[in-house]
Ligand binder design. Structure first.
Ligand SMILES: [Zn+2]
Length: 86
């Protein structure tokens, strides 16, 4: 995940609460006759260059870039009480 601001392009009210959805690869051995799972390895995260992000407000799910691009298009307005940031 990139350390950049997100902004939900769907509800356009959330910049803070998100979930990341990632895939795991977990190997296991099965008994050929009984079908019982015998050996399970530790799950390994599949490295996606672009993880899926879900907005916790509206449940909209998309790739990370859409959230970053939306934040770049509509940056958070600076507070008028702190004009040095302008
Ligand atoms: Zn949203």
């Amino acid at each position: 995940m990139q350390e950049k601001p997100y902004f939900c392009p769907n509800c356009r009210s959330n910049r803070v609460k998100f979930s990341v959805i990632s895939s795991f690869n977990q190997r296991f051995m099965k008994d050929a006759i009984t079908g019982i799972v015998q050996e399970v390895t530790e799950p390994q995260q599949i490295q996606d260059s672009e993880p899926m992000i879900q907005c916790q407000v509206c449940s909209f799910t998309s790739n990370e870039m859409r959230f970053i691009k939306q934040a770049e298009r509509e940056p958070r307005p600076m507070t008028p009480t702190n004009p040095t940031y302008m």
